[in-house]
Design a protein around this ligand. Structure first.
Ligand SMILES: Nc1nc2c(ncn2[C@@H]2O[C@H](COP(=O)(O)OP(=O)(O)OP(=O)(O)O)[C@@H](O)[C@H]2O)c(=O)[nH]1
Length: 389
C-alpha cells in the first residue's frame, strides 16, 4: 500500500493533521486497520465512484464518493541539525525511510520559530522551514553514502562492478533504485566513479528529491494573516487547517453535521440540537471553508497520491456485465496503481497467482478484449481472465 509521511518541525500541527486524516469518514468507520500503531494509520484518497453512472449502486461508496486507503505516518518533529542527532535526531529519518512521498507540514501562521517554540502569529517566516527538511534529509543520505564511499571507490576499480547497482544496493531500504542514482548523477553533472565523497552533497540532495517526492502543507492556515496566506500559497504550498478538519470529522461522527472529508462545506441537519458555542464554532469554520474551498486536508492527500506519485484508480471485476466480483458485489475493489500500468500489472496486484495465470483482459465499458500490454486509464473497470481462480 502507498505510504505517505507527514514531516516538519515540532508544533507545526503534524499530529493534528494526522489525527484528522486518519479519522475514518463516518460511513467507513468500520474499515479494518484504521490505526496500525501510534504513528502509522490509514488515511484515504477521495475519488468519484464509477457506480454513480450505473443502475446498481456499489454499496462501498458514500453518496458517490469512493475513499481508497493509503498509509499515513506521523513523523517525529525535526529541528535544524537533526541529522547530527539534535532534537529527536535520526528517529524522523528512520520513519521517512518507509514513505513513498512526503507531505512537509509548515506553520503557515508563523506562530512558532524554526525549532517549534510558540510565538505570536506572524512573528516567523513559514517559508524558512521549507529548506530545512530537504537539507536534513540530504545530509542524512550523504552520511550513509559517505560511510560506504571508500569501499565503493575501491570496488569501482573493477570493470565488473557497477557503482549504480552498488549504491542502489546500499540504499535499497530507502526505495532508491539504480535509475534514481543514474538520473541524479546526470543532473548533478558529475561522474560518480571519479567523485570524492566530500563532493556528493549536491548529488545526495538530487537523489533524495527523486526518491522521496515532496508536497507542502501550509498548515494552521485558519490562524494565518492574509499576507502570510498569500505568501505561502504563492510558494506552491497547499493551505490546510488540520484543526478544522479534525473538528469537522468529530462533529460528523456525532451526527452534528453532514460532512464528507474533502467537501467544500458542510450542513447542519438540526440546528436546535446545538449549543450557541457549537453554532459559533461551526460558523467560524464555515467562513474559513467558504474562503478556501474546504480545509485542504483531503486535497493534499489526493495531490500527493495523484500528482506526486502519478497514480490512477483501477477497478477489477469478475463479471464485466454486472460489474461484480464472484459474490455479486458491485465494484468492491479499487486499486491505486502507477500511471502506465497494464492489465497484466493489475492482475498481479489482485493476486500473484492471477498475474501468473493471466490470459487476457476485457474493458468492461467497451466489452472489448484489451492487450496484456495496453496502458490502462484512470477509472478503468477491468475483467481479468486467468487460469488461476
Ligand atoms: N489554529 C490551528 N491550530 C492548530 C492547527 N493544527 C494544530 N494546531 C495547534 O498547534 C499545536 C501543535 O499541534 P500538534 O499537532 O501537536 O503539532 P506537531 O507538529 O505534531 O508537534 P510535535 O509533536 O511537537 O512535533 C496544538 O496546540 C494544536 O492544537 C490548525 O490547523 N489550526
Amino acid at each position: 500500500m502507498i505510504t505517505l509521511a507527514l514531516a516538519g518541525k515540532p508544533n507545526c500541527g503534524k499530529s493534528t493533521l494526522y489525527r484528522a486524516a486518519t479519522m475514518a469518514p463516518a460511513e467507513i468507520a468500520n474499515y479494518p486497520f484504521t490505526t496500525i500503531d501510534a504513528n502509522r494509520g490509514v488515511a484515504y484518497v477521495r475519488v468519484p465512484c464509477p457506480c454513480t453512472s450505473l443502475a446498481h449502486r456499489c454499496g462501498v461508496c458514500a453518496d458517490g464518493i469512493r475513499y481508497i486507503a493509503v498509509h499515513l505516518i506521523d513523523v517525529a518533529g525535526l529541528v535544524p541539525e537533526a541529522h547530527t542527532g539534535k532534537g529527536l535526531g535520526n528517529q524522523f529519518l528512520d520513519h521517512l525511510r518507509q514513505a513513498d512521498a512526503i507531505i512537509q507540514v509548515i506553520d503557515a501562521s508563523g506562530s512558532t520559530d524554526i525549532e517549534g517554540n510558540p510565538d505570536n502569529p506572524g512573528s516567523h517566516d513559514p517559508l524558512e522551514e521549507i529548506p530545512m527538511l530537504k537539507t536534513e534529509m540530504a545530509m542524512w543520505l550523504f552520511g550513509i553514502i559517505e560511510k560506504h564511499w571508500p569501499k565503493m571507490q575501491r570496488q569501482a576499480q573493477s570493470r565488473s562492478f557497477s557503482i549504480y547497482a552498488g549504491l542502489a544496493d546500499i540504499l535499497a531500504g530507502l526505495s532508491i533504485q539504480e535509475e534514481h542514482v543514474m538520473e541524479a548523477e546526470r543532473e548533478a553533472g558529475i561522474e560518480l566513479r571519479l567523485t570524492a565523497s566530500g563532493d556528493l552533497i549536491e548529488f545526495s540532495k538530487i537523489l533524495m528529491r527523486k526518491a522521496k517526492p515532496m508536497i507542502i502543507a501550509g498548515n494552521k492556515a485558519d490562524l494565518a494573516s492574509p499576507e502570510l496566506l498569500t505568501k505561502v500559497k504563492d510558494s506552491g504550498a497547499i493551505l490546510t487547517s488540520g484543526a478544522a478538519e479534525l473538528a469537522l470529522r468529530t462533529a460528523a461522527a456525532s451526527h452534528m453535521i453532514i460532512y464528507h472529508p474533502g467537501d467544500a462545506s458542510f450542513s447542519i441537519p438540526d440546528k436546535g440540537k446545538l449549543s450557541d458555542a457549537q453554532k459559533a464554532g461551526l460558523m467560524k469554520m464555515k467562513a474559513y471553508m467558504d474562503a478556501h474551498g474546504g480545509t485542504g486536508v483531503q486535497e493534499i492527500i489526493n495531490r500527493a497520491v495523484f500528482e506526486l506519485l502519478d497514480m490512477i484508480v483501477l477497478y477489477p471485476v469478475e463479471d464485466e456485465t454486472h460489474l461484480t466480483d464472484g459474490q455479486g458485489r458491485v465494484l468492491p475493489d479499487a486499486f491505486l496503481m502507477k500511471k502506465g500500468s497494464t492489465p497484466h500489472d493489475l492482475a498481479y496486484q489482485v493476486h500473484t497467482d492471477i498475474g501468473k495465470g493471466f490470459l487476457y483482459a476485457i474493458d468492461a465499458k467497451t466489452k472489448m478484449r484489451i492487450k496484456e500490454s495496453a496502458v490502462l486509464k484512470d477509472g478503468d473497470i477491468i475483467k481479468i481472465v486467468s487460469t488461476a481462480k
